[in-house]
Design a binder for this molecule. Sequence first.
Ligand code: NAD
Length: 474
Amino acid sequence: MLIGGELVESASGAWDESINPANELAIGRVPAGTKADVDRAVEAAQGAWPAWAALSPKERGEIMRAFGEKVRERAEEILQVEVADTGNTINPMRGDVGHAVDSLNYYAGIAHELKGETIPATPNHMHLTVREPYGVVARIVPFNHPIMFAVARTAAALAAGNAVIVKPPETSPLSAMILAEIAQAALPAGIFNILTGSGATVGDAIVRHPEIKRIAFIGSVGTGLAIQRAAAEVCVKHVTLELGGKNPMIVFPDCDPDEIARAAVKGMNFTWQGQSCGSTSRLMLHEDIYDAVVERISDIVSRLRVGDPMRDDSEMGPLNSAGQYRKVMSYIESGRDEGARLTTGGNRPEGEAFRKGYWVRPTVFAEVDPKMRIWREEIFGPVLSVCRWNSIEQAIKLANGVEYGLTAAIWTRDLRNALKTASQIQAGHIWINGAGPHYLGVPFGGMKNSGVGREEGIEEMLSYTETKVINIVL
Ligand code: NAD
């Protein structure tokens, strides 16, 4: 782990193994952090952040950019470790380090925007606002893009003058160990700390530490709620949550079935085995094109190349962990039990290569009823649920009828229909005639139980500051 600029073991001396999900072999181990390690990291971070915050935005930005270049220099090594540790396919994973470094550069560049205001509230005063960093902040990371989130989603906090404590995911922690070496050399001691270990031990101790006033979390709704509860038991904290999604893709009858089939497959993020918060996992087809699209999608999905995630031509790898495998299989079973029509997938691929590992074929269920669990709950796996609609009122009700509100996609050539629908969909991020990507500088985050707060834009950087008012009597 990285604490106060030193690479250290856990205070307990215990280690956790990390498993390659493609073959179930142990490929590395990381320290099993404890509450004592959290205390040490907070002390180091408290000692370090005032000098970091006292640098000019330009000086902080230069250090952040140099850090990014060091991350980029080890991109290939990080990629190899990340693919083996997560199971995500190598080709699209090549983008993750690039996104991470882009984000460091973006926030390094906009650090000058940590501006205050003068407010003409009363004639005999000058009212000023200034933005100050919280000091020590924490970032808790999920398993699907560990290096990207550990770098990209700490950049805003660093730019704002905070010291950061990062908690990598327990099932895919290895790339963070390379990051620890890079950060040790590239950043002032104590500004960037990495604590590995379980969510229940290290994660909880971070959340409960009274001197960490700002917690940023990406993960499941259940853990997000646990974090809000635990934080509230200790003191008042600023907690932001980027949680799950069960995102609708609403398709009007004026669309081309071939284009929709390709877009729906892309929107499902099968290259991460569907383990993506933004996946459009609820496909809502107008009845006029329903049959044509279902047939085409089932055909494309049944031909996706599932295989060794290290191979360039693999289009889907294994699920991230045994827990993920059990969860996804149980949803597939519930889809069958509740009467949805399985059009492709639903089981393990055949062959020697798939005897070990957490493999599931990409799966499509048609005729899904909105009461079914596979329609309402986030599976976070390669399972697409399809249903039909015939009036826009019904479609909007269906789209909004779940607890989530992260993303949505609307497909139609009619701009008025698209915008009217977008205004009625409860989601933080809506694509019109697209599905999948988010863009740096554009706020991302969810409504309803998909979260609170927005990341990836200037709002994220400002969320790592507190506003202080100074009023001067004239
Ligand atoms: P998770 O909630 O199981 O774990 C996420 C992190 O929280 C891990 O590092 C874990 O160790 C830690 N943790 C667990 N219990 C904790 C506790 N009590 N206190 C503090 N930390 C704790 O999530 P996961 O399975 O790693 O990730 C999948 C989830 O993440 C999905 O629901 C997905 O939709 C969501 N996600 C959301 C976004 C987004 O931007 N909205 C992005 C990626 C993933």
